[in-house]
Design a protein around this ligand. Structure first.
Ligand SMILES: *[C@@H]1O[C@H](CO)[C@@H](O)[C@H](O)[C@H]1NC(C)=O
Ligand SMILES: *[C@@H]1O[C@H](CO)[C@@H](O)[C@H](O)[C@H]1NC(C)=O
Ligand SMILES: *[C@@H]1O[C@H](CO)[C@@H](O)[C@H](O)[C@H]1NC(C)=O
Length: 647
C-alpha cells in the first residue's frame, strides 16, 4: 500500500517539474539582462517618460516598419533615452512581438531601475537616464558558447566554416549601410550549414561598429565545435548556429563588402598552410586554441554592459597617479582651484583622467574623505562630472574624475575659443547646467549645494554638452575657507549677496550664480568686466538697465549670428537670468523651475514683474535702493556648513 502512495507522490512531483520546465520554455528569460543599481529618483515622471519612448518606438516598428530606433524624453527633469533593435530577418509582426516581450521583461526584471537592458536572440531593448546611443563596445561584453558540440560532420571542417563565416561578418558588417548581415556557409564534406548574423546599433560610427565586431569575434571565435554561440555587447551582436534561425532567402550578399579587405587572401594562405604543412599543425593549433578559449570563457563571466551596472569608486594607487601626471608636472596642469589643483593623467590602460590633488590634508578631511568620495561617486547625471575614484593612502588626497578634452566654459566665453559657440550650443549649455544643478538640489538622495558655480567649473564634453565639476567637496574644506575665497573684484561676482555677506546658505545661492553665468554665456563677457558704455556698471547691473529699457538685444554677444535667435529667445533667456539673481533669495526660482521655464515656449514674466537685483560695489557696500541696508563687512560673515541635508 505504502509503495502505491509513494508512486503517486512521485508521479505528481514529476508532473509538476515537467510543467514548470514547460512554462519556463514558454516564457524564455532574455539571453542577457542588466539593471542599473540605482532607482529613478522621480519614479512617476521617469516611468511616464519611459512609457512615452516605448510607445513611440513601437509605433516606429509597426507603422514605419523600422528595425532600429531611438526615442528620448530629454528635456525634462527625469530624462529617458531608449533604444530598440530587431534582427532584420524578422517580419514586422515578429519584430513587434519581440519588442513587446522585451518591454515586459525589462519592467519585470528591473522594476524601478533608472537604466536597464534586455538582449534576446531576435531583438535588443535598452533605456538609460543618460545618452548612450554612440556606445558600441562596453565593459561586460561576453561570448556564450552552446553546451553541445556538433555531431555527424567533421569537426575541423565545421570549425573552418564557422571561422570563415564570422571573419566575413567581421569585415563586412561595418561597411554595410544598415550594419546588418546574415549569411550561410556550407560545411565541406557534410550536409551541415552554418548560419550566422551580425548587427551593430545604427547610431554608432563605422569605426565603433568595427571595434565592437572585433570584440564580438574574439569572444566567440573559439566556440566551435560547439553547435552555436552568441556575442553580446552594448552596441552589437553576433551569432552562429548549425541550425537555421532565419529563412534561407534572407541572406546578405557580402561580395562587394569583402573585396576591399584582404579576406580572400587570408583564405588562400590558410588553404596553403593546411595542404602544405598538414593536419598535425592544425590539430596542435586547435588544441591550444581550445585550452586558451576555455580559460578565457571562465574569465568572461562579467555582466557589466555600459552604464547600467555601475561600480563603486575605484581605489587608485598613489604612485600610479603620480606617474600618470608626470609627477604633477606644470605641463600636465589643467587648472587651479580653491580646493586644489587639477592635472591631466594618463593611466596604465591608456585612458586619460583628470586628477585633483586636494589642497588639504587635515585629519578631519582625511577622516571624512572616503565616505564623501563614496557619496559623490554615486552621483550619476549626464550634466555632472563623474568621479571615478580616489587615492587616500599617499601623502596627498587625490580624486580621479573623467577627463573632458574641451576644457571649461570660460575658454569658450572669453578665452582662446571665444566666439566659437553658436546660439543653440549656448542654450544647450545653459539648459544642461540647469539640469545638473536641479539634480544636485532636488533629485539626488542627499541635497548638495555646489556653492561655486562659475564658467571655470562647467566643463564641456566632445559634443559641447556641459558637465558641472567640483561639487560635493565643501564638507572637506576647512570651515574658514568655505565661501570667503571668492575674489571681490569690486563685485560679488558669482556669489549671492546673502551668502557672501551673511553666510546664509541655501540652494538659491547656486540659482544666483547660475543666473550670472547665463548672462555671461549670452553676452560673452565676464561678470566683473565693466561695460563700454558706462564704466561703473558690472554685467548684472548693465543687464538690469537694458531690461528696464527693453533693450535686451544690446546685451547679446556680437560674435553670435543674429539669424540664429529671435528677439524673443534672447529676451526670455535674459529674463530668466535676472529672475535667478533677484534678492531676497526666496524670489529666485528653484533649479527645477528653471528647467521648466527654459523648456517651455512662453515667456513667464509678463504677469510677475522682476525685482531688481542687489548690487554690491567695490567697497563691499550694498547699494540697494529699496532697503537701505547698512554696509556690512565681508570678514564678519560666518558660514553655515550644513551643506548636505539628508532626505
Ligand atoms: C507605464 O506603462 C506600464 C505598462 O503599460 C504601466 O503599468 C505603468 O503604470 C505606466 N507608468 C506610468 C508612470 O505611466
Ligand atoms: C544528410 O542529412 C540527412 C538528414 O538530414 C542524413 O540522413 C544524411 O545521412 C546526411 N548525410 C551526410 C553525408 O551526413
Ligand atoms: C522568403 O521566403 C518566404 C517563403 O519561404 C516568403 O514568404 C518570403 O516572401 C521570402 N522573402 C523574400 C525576401 O524573398
Amino acid at each position: 500500500m505504502k509503495s502505491w502512495w509513494r508512486m503517486i507522490v512521485a508521479v505528481v512531483a514529476l508532473a509538476l517539474v515537467i510543467e514548470s520546465v514547460a512554462s519556463q520554455q514558454q516564457n524564455d528569460p532574455p539571453l542577457n539582462s542588466g539593471c542599473s543599481q540605482y532607482n529613478a529618483s522621480n519614479t512617476l515622471e521617469f516611468f511616464s517618460n519611459l512609457n512615452t519612448t516605448l510607445a513611440n518606438l513601437r509605433r516606429e516598428i509597426t507603422v514605419n516598419r523600422t528595425y532600429f530606433g531611438t526615442q528620448q524624453q530629454a528635456r525634462t527633469a527625469s530624462p529617458v533615452y531608449t533604444m530598440f533593435q530587431c534582427r532584420k530577418y524578422l517580419s514586422t509582426a515578429d519584430c513587434a512581438s519581440c519588442f513587446d516581450k522585451a518591454a515586459l521583461d525589462i519592467r519585470s526584471i528591473c522594476r524601478l531601475a533608472n537604466g536597464a537592458r534586455v538582449i534576446n536572440d531576435d531583438c535588443f531593448l535598452r533605456y538609460e537616464s543618460n545618452g548612450f546611443y554612440s556606445t558600441a563596445t562596453a565593459l561586460g561584453n561576453a561570448g556564450r558558447c552552446n553546451n553541445d558540440t556538433i555531431r555527424n560532420s567533421s569537426t575541423i571542417n565545421f570549425n573552418v566554416a564557422v571561422g570563415d563565416a564570422l571573419s566575413n561578418l567581421l569585415t563586412a558588417t561595418p561597411r554595410i549601410k544598415s550594419y546588418y548581415a546574415a549569411i550561410t556557409e556550407k560545411v565541406l564534406g557534410s550536409n551541415t550549414t552554418v548560419y550566422a548574423v551580425a548587427q551593430c546599433a545604427e547610431t554608432v560610427s563605422e569605426l565603433e561598429c568595427q571595434n565592437c565586431m572585433n570584440v564580438a569575434y574574439e569572444n566567440i571565435k573559439s566556440c566551435p565545435p560547439r553547435s552555436g554561440a552568441r556575442a553580446i555587447d552594448a552596441g552589437c551582436f553576433m551569432r552562429y548556429a548549425n541550425t537555421p534561425f532565419f529563412a534561407s532567402n534572407q541572406t546578405t550578399n557580402l561580395k562587394k563588402y569583402l573585396n576591399a579587405g584582404g579576406s580572400s587572401n587570408k583564405k588562400a594562405i590558410i588553404g596553403g598552410v593546411a595542404v602544405g604543412i598538414g593536419l598535425v599543425l592544425l590539430l596542435l593549433a586547435l588544441l591550444l586554441w581550445y585550452i586558451l578559449s576555455r580559460k578565457k570563457r571562465v574569465a568572461q563571466r562579467g555582466h557589466i554592459l555600459g552604464s547600467t551596472e555601475l561600480q563603486g569608486p575605484v581605489t587608485y594607487n598613489y604612485k600610479e597617479l603620480k606617474s600618470a601626471t608626470k609627477n604633477f608636472s606644470e605641463e600636465y596642469k589643467l587648472g587651479e582651484g580653491g580646493s586644489g589643483d587639477v592635472y591631466k593623467g594618463i593611466v596604465k590602460s591608456g585612458n586619460i583622467v583628470a586628477v585633483k590633488r586636494l589642497a588639504l590634508s587635515t585629519t578631519k578631511a582625511k577622516a571624512s574623505f572616503e565616505s564623501e568620495v563614496r557619496l559623490i561617486s554615486n552621483v550619476h547625471h549626464r550634466n555632472l562630472i563623474r568621479l571615478l575614484g580616489c587615492s587616500s593612502k599617499g601623502p596627498d588626497l587625490l580624486l580621479v574624475y573623467e577627463y573632458m578634452e574641451n576644457g571649461s566654459l570660460d575658454r569658450f566665453l572669453y578665452g582662446g575659443k571665444r566666439g566659437t559657440l553658436n546660439w543653440k550650443q549656448r542654450f544647450d549649455i545653459i539648459f544642461g547646467t540647469a539640469r545638473g544643478l536641479a539634480y544636485l538640489h532636488e533629485q539626488f538622495h542627499v541635497r548638495i549645494i555646489h556653492r561655486d558655480i562659475k564658467p571655470g567649473n562647467i566643463l564641456l564634453d566632445d559634443e559641447l554638452q556641459p558637465k558641472i565639476a567640483d561639487f560635493g567637496l565643501a564638507r572637506l574644506l576647512p570651515e574658514d575657507q568655505s565661501h570667503l575665497n571668492t575674489k571681490f573684484a569690486g563685485t560679488l561676482g558669482y556669489t549671492a549677496p546673502e551668502y557672501a555677506l551673511q553666510g546664509q546658505l541655501s540652494e538659491k545661492v547656486d540659482t544666483y550664480s547660475f543666473g550670472v553665468v547665463v548672462l555671461e554665456i549670452v553676452s560673452g563677457r565676464r561678470c566683473s568686466d565693466t561695460n563700454i558704455e558706462s564704466d561703473t556698471d558690472f554685467l548684472l547691473e548693465y543687464a538690469w538697465k537694458l531690461h528696464e529699457n527693453d533693450m535686451h538685444l544690446k546685451l547679446v554677444d556680437d560674435t553670435l549670428d543674429p539669424n540664429d535667435y529671435t528677439t524673443e529667445d534672447a529676451k526670455k533667456i535674459i529674463e530668466i537670468a535676472l529672475m535667478c539673481t533677484q534678492s531676497p533669495a526666496s524670489l529666485r526660482p528653484t533649479m527645477s523651475e528653471v528647467v521648466v521655464l527654459l523648456s517651455s515656449d512662453d515667456r513667464p514674466f509678463e504677469q510677475r514683474p522682476l525685482s531688481k537685483p542687489t548690487f554690491v560695489h567695490s567697497e563691499n557696500r550694498i547699494r540697494d535702493d529699496s532697503s537701505n541696508t547698512p554696509p556690512q563687512s565681508v570678514s564678519n560673515a560666518t558660514a553655515s556648513l550644513s551643506e548636505f541635508v539628508g532626505r
